[in-house]
Design a protein around this ligand. Sequence first.
Ligand code: PGA
Length: 254
Amino acid sequence: MRQPLIVGNWKMNGTLAGVKKLASDIVTISQGLKDPPGMAVCPPFVYIQAVAEALRGSYIEVGAQDLCEMQGEGAFTGEVSGTMLKDIGCRYVIVAHSERRHGYGETDEWVAKKFLAAYQAKVTPILCVGELLEERESGSTEQVVGRQVRSVVDAVGIDVVASSVIAYEPVWAIGTGKTATAEQAQEVHHFIRKILTQYSTSVAEGLKILYGGSMKPSNASGLLAMPDIDGGLIGGASLKADDFVGICQAACGS
Ligand code: PGA
């Protein structure tokens, strides 16, 4: 019922020539996929258009890694609006990646504004949630993830959340090579869906929840086999065309 979705988060990596090659390699290799999942890549802002050009004619979509909470245009030096992202063809935008929450101090309130700005610009937000290692070890994973999800739903309403994607990314698993076990991830995914059910059963059933945190071809099948894991948000492994498409292969027909 929920078509799987695999999204690459390229973070602050690449050169113009390098990202164009990566995108066209992904297009070429993914031509061999049967019953492919939804696929998208999120390059750094300055390379989005070049990557969109390299992906033209394929079913792979392009997204951004962040956006400004303000709409349209204005005196916001250094910022990029959702309207601009829509204008250049972005289908998705990552909101509240843990590197933004913890490295740049994005608060729940700020995150909700960015989420709404994406929705209003008709760019699908991918809302990232996830606990730190100390939060997991102290048994507060559900409290943290619950707060991160509820703060957005309460601010923007469940109908807005209905047209988004959520990504559960345990912070301790991001870029560390330590993946949550399929069971650990499923437990939190199920918990997120349970929270959404408190607002709307149909939204809870229809919303895609991706897993992110050291997902790679070797562990993707186990994670994607879980009933509440609908795809992946991939960092490191999305920078290698073979690995990224390998993960997409694991999502084929699942
Ligand atoms: P990773 O990153 O796959 O390198 O752990 C995931 C992410 O940050 O979205």
